[in-house]
Design a protein around this ligand. Sequence first.
Ligand code: PGA
Length: 266
Amino acid sequence: MQMAVTRRPLISGNWKMHHDHIEALHTVRDLGLRLKPEDVARVDVSVHPPFTDLRTAQTLVEAEGLPIALGAQHCNDHDRGAYTGEVSPQMLARLGVRYVLVGHSERRQLFAMSDELVAATLRAVIKHEMRPICCVGETEEERGAGRTEERLGAQLEAALAGLAPEVVATMVVAYEPVWAIGTGNAATAVDAEDACLFIRQRVAALVGEEAAAALRVQYGGSVNPANAADYMAEPDVDGLLVGGASLDAATFVEIVRASQPVARRH
Ligand code: PGA
């Protein structure tokens, strides 16, 4: 798709349920030592630790001025209330969280997060001036049945319907094929590009060309230092959502270095 804007890549580390707050302290510190100014001059980096690590990570990032945006993996769609065990977007915003994953396939599959709840959570994150990373992706079965685009389209429609174009322009969508997550069975760069382009085109149809051109679309699923540059060379892949390979600071920094925009084709 022809672009009027240059999108700044976003490389995000989703730690899932790994690293306690002491391990988080070491990992974020290690990241801070390894990331050089040139690594982050043209690329944004976010880390998404478990909730119990966020305060520790925030303190370190702010005290040291580390070039890392704080992210969360999920949140409730209400500001406060009787929601035992949940964490509100307001609480995250107060901690300096900038990006929140919304509708990760593990939330959808293991915790029954519906398309409606994804939409409500997106709006709650936006209300508190954080940026949602809205995760979409097809299962192996859907892919086998040739229903990838239908699934992606339905997830996007449910998530984005009614949002203002200027809001969508600041969002991130992560294309994460479920069969590629944590399996070592990464999508090919061409397949990732096809899906990311489809996502952009669908957003253009739903919200408008301008928002679609500004929106960042990440690929996620078994990303590692050896395959990162291939994805990032594709014109509609604007970043990576990295799970397992983000747990080790040295490996994650290799991915950030492989994701520099000079390698991109457009
Ligand atoms: P993975 O996870 O990199 O370990 O495949 C990606 C994700 O779930 O965000």
